[in-house]
Write a protein that binds this ligand. Structure first.
Ligand code: C5P
Length: 426
């Protein structure tokens, strides 16, 4: 495996913590094996490890300096124990002594190795090695169970003849076995990021953590009289899906929604409104926001007057309905000179010339991005469960996505918005 040209650990950075014990010498061979497989290895030796192998030997084999001391001025200034705990793809502890396992299991951190192990959220693989009785002691077995429950991966120990002429489990796994176990751990991580050590804590920070996201959704109802209104076919599904995805991405989300039948998304503050003017007032009240997504199908017009009483059918020709234009919420917010959200996104439902119309809309409304949905692809009807969207940016970029479920569109949109927001705040 190690001689194949496609190196299985190519580009992987491994922090190798070497514990004290006669098996520490095998850690030197492990460094070689890991490097043969393409890994970069940064060694860290405990005090007792240094009784068996020298930092110089480890550094020479690793081609990197070996770290040893928690209060090493040079190292703290240069790398620091917190960076040691982060700057790798995985931590391998080999040999993991009974003492080191006990410190890991209890969170006791008197030295550099145990401090790094306490501070890290990286995947950890331990290769225990110790006297057979120490291994079999209930305390060690308890610690082992705790570490496994915390998601620490374990390789070995193997059975065999031990240093003190004893026989049984306690021998360090062979370097190639440790390297294989590391490959397996990293592969499992790639498939399932939540798997393993302190599952979930080591997943990347959610991309919208700390952001306030405002979303408008649904139709508006423009009252004609107490029982009648002007509305449109918007279901609110897409806007609600975007709000849900933004909350999943870690944002604090305020959803300003017109009347809809879809349920409130989890973890989102919902402000319910009816008319466009109420929606505008609600939006202004919830700003500031970092990201504003205007997915509502706001009625363009409203009756010039709303009758206080129900208009009666009296056999004569009804008076024509006079309409006046509603405020454009998107344009109002995008045009703010102060307190404009860093990223303002509009939606457009189009039946033809989708892209050209979206570009015109960006210019007219002053937003950064338009999510144009091709209503003709849905048989010319709004309100379905799927969407075919084009992402049109003010700078000219256009992305066309395949037809997808609205939840998936919401997730993908939020991922793109988070990238753009991050790029803007750099
Ligand atoms: O002009 P049009 O209605 O096609 O623009 C659609 C975009 O503008 C959507 O993002 C919609 O939420 C927003 N809009 C608005 N206020 C209006 C009309 C549209 O925020 N009065």
């Amino acid at each position: 495996m190690s001689s194949s040209s496609a190196k299985p650990l190519a580009g992987r950075r491994v922090l190798l913590i070497v514990g004290g014990g006669i098996a520490a010498y095998k850690a030197l061979d492990l460094i070689r094996r890991l490097r043969e497989r393409g890994a970069q290895v940064r060694p860290l030796l405990t005090d007792s490890a240094q009784e068996f192998v020298t930092p110089l030997a480890a550094a020479a084999l690793a081609g990197e300096r070996a770290h040893t001391d928690l209060f090493d001025r040079e190292s703290e200034a240069d790398i620091g124990h917190i960076r040691l705990a982060r700057d790798a793809d995985a931590i391998v502890v080999a040999p993991a002594t009974a003492n080191l396992m006990a410190r890991m299991a209890t969170g006791h951190a008197p030295d550099l190795a145990s401090t790094v192990l306490l501070a890290t959220t990286l995947p950890i693989l331990i290769a225990p090695a110790m006297n057979v009785r120490m291994w079999q002691h209930p305390a060690t077995q308890r610690n082992l169970a705790t570490l496994k429950a915390d998601g620490v991966a374990v390789v070995g120990p193997n059975e065999g003849a031990m240093a003190e002429a004893e026989f049984g489990p306690g021998r360090l796994a062979e370097p190639h076995e440790i390297a294989d176990a590391l490959e397996t751990l990293l592969a499992q991580r790639a498939e399932s990021p939540g798997f393993g050590f302190l599952a979930g804590r080591d997943t990347p920070k959610k991309p919208l953590t700390g952001r306030h996201v405002l979303v408008t959704s649904g139709p508006t109802h423009e009252a004609i009289d107490p029982v009648r209104y002007l509305a449109n076919r918007s279901s609110g599904r897409q806007g609600h899906a975007v709000a849900a995805a933004a909350a999943e991405a870690g944002a604090r989300v305020t959803l300003v929604s017109g009347p809809v039948a879809v349920p409130d998304p989890a973890g989102v503050t919902v402000v319910r409104v009816e008319s466009a003017r109420e929606m505008l007032a609600a939006v202004e009240a919830v700003l500031p926001a970092d990201l504003a997504i205007f997915a509502a199908a706001v009625g363009d017009w409203r009756p010039a007057e709303t009758r206080a009483g129900k208009i009666k059918k009296d056999g004569s020709t009804p008076a024509p309905l006079q309409l006046v234009e509603n405020p454009d919420i998107l344009a109002t917010i995008a045009g703010r000179s102060e307190g404009r959200p860093a990223l303002v996104v509009g939606f457009a439902a189009e039946t033809d010339d989708v892209i050209v119309n979206a570009q015109k809309k960006i210019a007219r409304k002053g937003c950064d991005l338009i999510v144009a949905n091709d209503v003709s692809a849905e048989g010319g009807v709004m309100g379905g469960t799927e969407n075919t969207v084009h992402l049109v940016a003010r700078e000219g970029g256009i992305e066309t996505w395949p037809k997808l479920g609205k939840e998936e569109v919401g997730r993908r949109l939020v991922a793109r918005f988070a990238e753009l927001l991050t790029a803007k705040s750099r």
